[in-house]
Design a protein around this ligand. Structure first.
Ligand code: BES
Ligand code: ZN
Ligand code: ZN
Length: 493
């Protein structure tokens, strides 16, 4: 959809639909305070009916009293409960409604001072509108190719053009992440992810390196080798380098788990919902989306992305419970469950990235543990870190973007839970205790002292039955993490 800004007074805007927000228990929608008397009456009546309840929509005709044909009043709930996410959600619903009605253009009156950060009102409107129309119809004969309605934002914010442009880049990157993550496993083996990475590298100023199965093995990436050896679809180790900061500035390292399908391997998963394990590549897809966004935003930073990609299959060549493998970090790992494969490829990705690029910090993203869903549900991602300052910056980005996170602890007691009797470490913890943390403890062996935040996105990467309904999310992958991390990176110098 096309989104632009205009400074015109709302009452003078000629548009098919003029949209205004209305708080619960207030009389007049924001921005429509000084209108013609006749219009005032009709607006007051519809406001009274809807009471400004969050996500209520009233459409009234302006009967030629105004240049706009219709007025849409969108309830945004209680004043003291307003957040950027209320705006995203409401605008998503409004955008869907307008598109259903086949209206060519609609204008939203941008309310001033309803959030602490005025610019964020605009970015939330753009994100809500752009993301709400997302459809994954690549494999359907009947395409969703309806012409999308155009949106005009009526605002006097002089930064509006820039905010709109950036928010479109970011929400398009979220849609890109969803598109890749939604690909079915037969259409998206590790090689395909490599091709996608190459494409975004060539479209932007990025270097892309991809290691083949043999290179992965000869470089000592033992975790990736072991997990990938059971599948005909060979593993790929994907590296993207974006360098637009000072030469001497150390890069930020992003690592994403990209298991294109996780059957569990020899420790086979139960059949129920196994299809959802096509989403086990979501960590890698999030990293791809972040890279695309920062390159298009031309951020003046250096970032390296490492995406180890494998298919975890049972076969005559597959790795087994009982195997002892050597990871890139030099440590031996006893395999006790081949379904705990994500930490093996991530441990390699993190150690390789740290050794070869000496990053200033590391973030990794993975649909790593079912335990994270048990602990936090499907609306909040788990994070584990070795650096409180880093976490506090990530929490700020989380609250700005409404991508919710919750920090879980890590200490030596958890580290002890992944010690092995026959190797340096083991790939599962002790029974069902603290499954998300013991997975992170396994990764910590690759991290050392570099400031690190691990994101377990098992619950938030795609829509599950207990996922909260949001108008800007739709069936399938959510692209969780892209907005949060891009927001964090935009505030890095
Ligand atoms: N990809 C799964 C984690 C997962 C499961 C994510 C369900 C989202 C929904 C991961 O590879 C896995 O299977 N982990 C095991 C670890 C266990 C064997 C220690 C798990 O969580 O059960
Ligand atoms: Zn698994
Ligand atoms: Zn997995």
């Amino acid at each position: 959809m096309r989104i632009r800004a205009e400074t015109i007074i709302p009452a003078k805007k000629k548009t098919p639909v003029l949209c205004a927000f209305c708080f619960e228990d207030t009389n007049v929608p924001i921005g429509l305070e000084r209108l013609d008397k006749k219009i005032d009456q009709t607006i007051l009546e519809s406001v009274r009916e809807n009471k400004g309840k969050k996500n209520s929509i009233a459409i009234i005709h302006s009967h030629k009293e105004l240049p706009s044909e219709k007025i849409l009043i969108a309830g945004i709930g209680k004043k003291n409960q307003i957040t950027s996410d209320v705006i995203r959600d409401v605008v998503g619903n409004v955008t869907k409604k307008i598109n259903e009605l086949g209206i060519k253009e609609f204008s939203i009156i941008v309310p001033e001072k309803i959030l602490n950060d005025n610019d964020q009102v605009i970015s939330s409107i753009v994100e809500g509108a752009n993301l709400s129309l997302y459809h994954f119809d690549l494999f359907k004969k009947e395409k969703y190719n309806k012409k999308e309605s155009d949106l005009t934002l009526l605002t006097s914010n002089d930064k509006s053009q820039k905010i709109i442009k950036n928010s479109i880049i970011i929400s398009d990157a979220v849609k890109f992440t969803r598109d890749v993550a939604n690909l079915p496993p037969n259409e998206c083996p590790p090689m395909k992810l490599g091709e996608i990475a190459k494409k975004i590298a060539s479209q932007n100023k990025m270097k892309c390196t991809i290691f083949s199965k043999n290179e992965i093995k000869s470089k000592g990436l033992g975790g990736v080798t072991a997990v990938g050896q059971g599948s005909k679809n060979e593993p790929k180790f994907i590296i993207l380098e974006y360098r637009n900061g000072k030469k001497e500035q150390k890069p930020i390292l992003l690592v994403g788990k990209a298991v294109t399908f996780d059957t569990g391997g020899i420790s086979l998963k139960p059949g129920e919902k196994m299809d959802e394990m096509k989403f086990d590549k979501c960590g890698g897809c999030t990293v791809l989306g972040i890279m695309k966004a920062i390159a298009e935003l031309k951020l003046t930073i250096n970032v390296v992305a490492v995406i180890p990609s494998v298919e975890n299959m049972p076969s005559g060549e597959a790795f087994r419970p009982g195997d002892i493998i050597k990871l890139f970090n030099g440590k031996t790992a006893e395999i006790l469950n081949t379904d705990a494969e994500g930490r093996l490829i991530l441990a390699d990705g993190i150690a390789y990235g740290i050794k070869h690029y000496q990053p200033s910090s590391v973030m990794d993203f993975a649909t790593l543990t079912g335990a994270c869903i048990v602990a936090l549900g499907t609306n909040v991602a788990g994070i584990v870190s070795n650096n409180t300052k880093f976490v506090s910056k990530i929490k700020t980005a989380s609250s700005k973007t409404s991508e919710e996170i919750w920090e879980l602890p890590i200490n030596d007691d958890y580290m002890d839970m992944v010690k092995s009797k026959v190797a340096d470490i083991r790939n599962i913890g002790m029974g069902r205790a603290a499954g998300t943390i013991t997975a992170a403890a396994f990764l910590a062996h690759s991290v050392g002292n570099v400031p690190w935040v691990h994101f377990d996105i098992a619950g938030t990467a795609w829509i599950q039955p207990s996922t909260k309904n949001k108008s800007y999310n739709s069936h399938g992958a959510t692209g969780f993490g892209v907005r949060l991390v891009v927001n964090y990176l935009m505030n890095q110098k």
